[in-house]
Design a binder for this molecule. Structure first.
Ligand code: GLN
Length: 281
């Protein structure tokens, strides 16, 4: 029995943190520079420095800072991604976007993939890591987010496959900076209606960048703009692969279809919520 670990678990439990034992292992491991599995077996006393580190992490977690933003990394798809307050934390729900995109990309030739609102880079970099032939352009209006994405590209060894574009798809000259035509446009844009942001979970609204969440008055502002551009950016036969919020799939499908793209399919995530919308030029 690991008494220290049990003490951490009970403090987390009292604060109603949902996976207290897992989180306790991860924090103890991080404080001691060992893996979460090794943390379970830890028998020795902590050094003063380790104890301070652990206590600092615990205090942040007890104040409901998300664990990944404390640890500085989050597991997504097959890899660990560096995260900080400048990027949206990668969500398990988003892994379906990677899985579906992979089914559509051609593994035998170069593919030109753009990711609109790349954030930590988790979608684009997961794709590029699957095939050395594929090239990506990660777009984000936040320069600070692109720094995180570039760090992640280096960690995955895909820097030579990716370029970064610091800009907004609402700017007039935006398309000039993109290398086209695209085989695929992927995006998990901000999609929460502005008025709903105040009601989000504190772990989301206080720690994910607002600019990565706010989808405008009805939540569809970014989809509308991306839909206007997509027909000009995509190759014939190229795909758009989009993440959408709860209840948005049909409307997003319509928005893109109105711009002339052909609906391919809508796929639910692991909770059964329609999460991924795919269309084709
Ligand atoms: N999935 C995030 C949430 O529900 C929102 C991400 C986004 O707007 N793209 O909080």
């Amino acid at each position: 029995m690991n008494i220290l670990l049990d003490k951490i678990v009970s403090r987390l439990e009292k604060a109603e943190i949902s996976s207290p034992r897992l989180e306790a292992r991860l924090m103890l491991g991080k404080a001691c520079g060992i893996s979460a599995d090794e943390a379970v077996l830890l028998q020795r006393e902590l050094s003063a420095e380790e104890e301070t580190l652990l206590e600092e992490m615990l205090e942040q977690r007890l104040a409901h800072k998300p664990l990944d933003k404390i640890l500085g990394s989050k597991g997504f798809y097959k890899y660990d991604f560096t995260v900080n307050g400048n990027v949206l934390s990668p969500r398990p729900d988003t892994e379906i976007i990677v899985e579906e995109a992979l089914k559509l990309l051609d593994s035998g030739i170069t593919q030109n993939i753009a990711d609109f609102g790349t954030g930590s880079g988790c979608i684009l970099l997961s794709l590029l890591a699957e095939n050395k032939r594929w090239q990506g352009q990660g777009v984000d209006k936040s320069e600070a987010a692109l720094k995180v994405a570039a760090e992640n590209a280096a960690a995955l060894g895909v820097e030579s496959q990716v370029s970064w574009i610091n800009g907004s798809w609402f700017n007039e000259d935006f398309c000039q900076n993109l290398k086209t035509p695209l085989d695929m446009l992927v995006s998990n844009p901000p999609y929460i209606p502005s008025a709903e942001i105040a009601g989000l979970d504190a772990e989301v609204k206080d720690y994910d960048p607002l600019s990565a969440l706010d989808g405008g008055a009805d939540g569809y502002e970014h989809y509308r703009q991306i839909a206007c551009l997509a027909p000009y950016l995509l190759k014939d036969g190229g795909h758009v692969v989009l993440e959408v919020g709860l209840g948005q799939a049909q409307e997003v499908n319509n928005i893109f279809a109105e711009q002339g793209l052909c609906p391919v399919r809508i796929i639910p995530d692991l909770s059964g919520i329609d999460r991924c919308v795919i269309l084709k030029k």
